[in-house]
Design a protein around this ligand. Structure first.
Ligand code: NAD
Ligand code: MG
Length: 392
């Protein structure tokens, strides 16, 4: 029987890479549903290629436009648009696995719906876990869902950890997340205010969405990944460390109590962790080139410089603060990055907005998705105020 897959965020960098892997294994996987925000033409091409039962667009005008084009092209895909349409395609009884590749907190509700329905959940959307935290993990556990990390660092750690989860607390000394350091690893910190969106989005090794590209440049991406690792692997924050490794060949490492370190290596190509999550515990071809050890240059490691990357430490601070503080940090960062991409805020002030938002809000009483969403909205409003204060 073929596995039926829903891809949330199918037109993005992770979404298109997922479809690339699926297309190599049509005997094993079929696409049940796709979703996107605004890219109607790419969605139409994906519907023609993969014949999903459903396609969801984030707004009514985009859904209407897609529905017209689907009809003109004689395709059978049903187009949906509604607040609950993403939840529907994430939890539909016929779906086996859900690739969560929407960017930002917008992906949380469909992730929770997939977890509630006990699905195999392939999680690229790290913000959903940063926002959802304990509630997200409880939902996964209570409903017997299988959560598989797609973020390359977390996929690496998952592959290095022993299968028996109950042994982790005893055997594992620390998780070592590697970071590329982004395009400004060696830049003079005094010139950070001059960085443009184009420079920030030109990542040295990867082509990624704009939001994660800016997060890589500030290292807020790594801060979010520290929080992601805390929840995925149930690790105390002090056992999670970050090391800069510019070549991105070592995707992350696990250090054990006896001082032995296991690492996962490969070319920097997201199809590897995607294929790993799709097939786990089997292995399937990903399409990524293999490492050529004869040509491999030196692998180097260095410490992150706190003057260049002041946001990195916010992750440990937020994890130690009241529950919901990581939700506030994520919302602030989404607002600050959007303001930077729209040229309303300078690059160095992304951190200032994050810091000020964290200082202005102390969360309490988080029990439900509704509580998280209203905290997220409050934090966005506070971050907008902060961004306006520092606007260009
Ligand atoms: P992207 O911007 O390329 O794609 C995002 C996708 O989400 C698109 O299909 C877009 O249409 C959809 N989308 C955006 N906003 C939406 C909304 N409000 N409602 C519904 N759909 C929406 O981003 P990406 O680089 O593919 O990243 C996706 C997620 O995966 C992010 O959380 C990112 O942190 C994570 N991730 C990405 C990479 C990578 O290499 N690109 C690596 C690790 C983790
Ligand atoms: Mg990553």
């Amino acid at each position: 029987m073929k596995q039926k897959i829903t891809v949330l965020g199918s037109t993005g960098s992770i979404g298109t890479n997922t479809l690339d892997v699926v297309a190599r294994h049509r005997d094993q996987y079929e696409i049940f549903a796709l979703s996107a925000a605004t890219q109607v033409d790419l969605m139409l091409r994906q519907c023609a290629e993969f014949s999903p039962r459903f396609a969801v667009m984030a707004s009514r005008p985009h859904a209407q436009l897609l529905a017209e084009k689907i009809k003109q092209n004689g395709l059978a895909t049903q187009v949906l648009q509604a607040q609950d349409a993403l939840e529907k395609i994430a939890s539909h009884p016929e779906v086996d696995a859900v690739m969560a590749a929407i960017v930002g907190a917008a992906g949380l509700a469909p992730c929770l719906a997939a977890a509630q329905a006990g699905k195999r959940l392939l999680l690229a959307n790290k913000e959903a876990l940063v926002v959802g935290g304990a509630l997200f993990m409880d939902t996964v556990r209570r409903n017997g869902a299988t959560l598989l990390p797609i973020d390359s660092e977390h996929s690496a750690i998952f592959q290095c950890l022993p299968e028996d989860r109950t042994s982790w607390a005893r055997r594992v000394d620390s998780l070592l997340l590697t970071a590329s350091g982004g395009p400004f690893r060696q830049r003079d910190p005094a010139t950070l205010s001059e960085i443009t969106p184009e420079q920030a989005c030109a990542h040295p090794n990867f082509s990624m969405g704009r939001k994660i590209s800016v997060d890589s440049a500030t290292m807020m991406n790594k801060a979010l990944e520290v929080i992601e690792a805390r929840w995925l692997f149930d690790m105390p924050p002090e056992k999670i460390k970050v090391v800069i490794h510019p070549q991105q060949i070592v995707h992350s490492m696990v250090q054990f109590t006896d001082a032995s370190v296991l690492a996962q290596l490969g070319t920097p190509d997201m199809r590897v962790p995607i294929a790993c999550g799709l097939a786990w515990p089997e292995r399937i071809a990903s399409g990524a080139p293999v490492l050529d050890f004869a040509k491999l240059a030196a692998l180097t490691f260095e410490e992150a410089d706190a003057r260049r990357f002041p946001g990195l430490h916010l992750s440990w601070q937020a994890l130690q603060a009241a529950e919901g503080t990581t939700t506030v940090l994520n919302a602030a960062n989404e607002v600050a990055v959007a303001a930077f991409l729209e040229r309303r805020l300078s690059f160095d002030r992304i951190h200032a907005v994050n810091l000020q938002t964290l200082e202005s809000l102390v969360p309490s009483d988080i029990h439900s998705l509704g509580d998280l969403m209203s905290l997220d909205a409050q934090a966005r409003a506070a971050a907008q105020d902060a961004a306006r204060r520092w606007c260009l």
